[in-house]
Design a protein around this ligand. Structure first.
Ligand SMILES: [Cu+2]
Length: 432
């Protein structure tokens, strides 16, 4: 049993180091990795993408956590901020991590102007701790603190979120993950363990408050409340076993697709499944309210990792427009430009051209609104936004190093390359 001071690393502008009393098994994401996957109640900490883990204090054998529901000033990516709601200064709230068999106490202080509760999504606990306002407990009024206390009877990837004024409180960002590590360690060793929540936001162009009334037509699609290119890459060393835990509290299902490997779907809020139930996939749908864990052996390269709903890899865009594809828009283009300076036709040069014009400052768009697609790669514009990031695997990565290694230096003759600029090149067969 180890006793050490716990330094939690918060990524982003609000980086602070929080030191708390002796804790078991939790260590800093950036510190040298300590032995994990052993039966002595230590574990490999989960890396919350763009997020952080909530420190706890040990009180008479109980792990005590303290969540504060409150408004937060959140940045989706540079150029887009909003007044959101979350916990302890962030959306999503910090990840709670504990071990199967632990007794936990979670204090919840309501710093909002309306009542709230917290439901521990997927946890097996006494009915009175389940957090449905009115059903299991009175609402937590503004300024009040409630204590939830229960013993963790399971392991796996779980969530927490309000069960009070839910449509509003979820829509503006109140959610977090609750990871329970198995008490006997992992049967198949994990080297890197990531987690994030999928969400959608109606942050209308030019506004600063997410609109909770929207049911389907969202502007921003996020991993842990961030859009590409502000989503951290998932980094690993070649050959490492990487787990990614994905939870969906949005209003849509998300088919998450990974390039470069066949991953295995290995778990959910039902825990890490028996190996006989693992299945190889390259896309896995994470339904609303569901959690899926995937695992893969890291292959060297830069690999796209994204939702496969094409509109979910774009930022704010207008949807109510006529379809101009195939129309010669040259004349119309200049006439509309007289009324709308900066107007650009769709389908003439590819939507990527919008990114170039935006970058050049030709059409800046509404304030506080991101370009539909963004991100620069080593070969040009990546033309993605929203639920998109990369898995960056290198032959040499220090254990516990999660810093961005830059772009992949592909071995010679392994990159697709131009061999002709003649449109009539070659003799491709065509259907008669
Ligand atoms: Cu999606």
């Amino acid at each position: 049993m180890t006793s050490r001071r716990n330094f939690i690393n918060l990524t982003g502008a609000s980086a602070v180091a929080a030191a708390i009393g002796p804790v078991l098994g939790a260590n800093a994401a950036n510190a040298p990795r300590k032995p994990s996957n052993t039966a002595n109640n230590s574990y490999l900490p989960t890396r919350t993408l763009n997020g952080w883990t909530l420190p706890y204090t040990m009180k008479n054998g109980v792990k005590e956590f303290h969540l504060v529901a409150e408004e937060v000033d959140h940045e989706f990516a540079p150029g887009s901020r909003a007044k959101c709601w979350g916990y302890n200064g962030s959306t999503p709230g910090p990840t709670i991590e504990a071990v199967e068999g632990d007794r936990v106490r979670i204090l919840v202080t309501n710093g909002l102007k309306e009542h709230t509760t917290i439901h521990w999504h997927g946890l097996l606990l006494p009915s009175g701790m389940d957090g449905v306002g009115g059903l299991n407990q009175p609402q937590i009024l503004p300024g009040e603190t409630f204590a939830y206390e229960f013993t963790l009877k399971q392991h796996g990837s779980h969530m927490y979120h309000p069960h009070a004024d839910e449509m509003v409180q979820l829509a503006v960002g109140m959610m977090g993950m609750f990871i329970i590590h198995p008490k006997d360690g992992e049967k198949v060793k994990i080297d890197r363990d990531y987690c994030f929540l999928l969400h959608n936001w109606a942050l209308h162009p030019g506004t600063y408050r997410p609109d909770p009334a929207i049911m389907v037509d969202f502007d921003l699609w996020t991993f842990n409340s961030k859009v590409f290119p502000a989503i951290d890459p998932l980094v690993a060393q070649t050959g490492e076993r990487v787990r990614v835990r994905m939870a969906n509290l949005s209003m849509w299902n998300h088919p998450v697709h990974m390039h470069g490997v066949q991953f295995e779907v290995t778990g959910s809020d039902g825990g890490r499944w028996p190996k006989s139930q693992w299945r190889a996939e390259t896309t896995e749908i994470i339904g609303v309210g569901q959690i899926r864990d995937i695992e893969f052996i890291a292959e060297p390269g830069d690999w796209a990792f994204h939702c496969h709903m094409a509109h979910h890899t774009m930022n704010a865009m207008g949807h109510d427009i006529p379809n101009p594809l195939g129309v010669n828009q040259r004349g119309i283009d200049s006439e509309i430009k007289e009324m709308l300076p900066g107007f650009m036709a769709m389908g003439e040069f590819g939507m990527g051209e919008h990114q170039e014009h935006t970058d050049m400052g030709h059409h800046p768009g509404p304030q506080n609104t991101l370009a539909m697609m963004a991100g620069k790669g080593p070969y040009g514009n990546i033309e993605m936004g929203g639920m998109f990031t990369t898995v960056k695997v290198r032959d040499k990565m220090k254990a516990g190093d999660y810093s961005d290694p830059g772009w992949y230096d592909a071995p010679e003759s392994t990159v697709a390359a131009r061999i002709s600029s003649d449109p009539d090149f070659g003799n491709p067969p065509r259907r008669k």
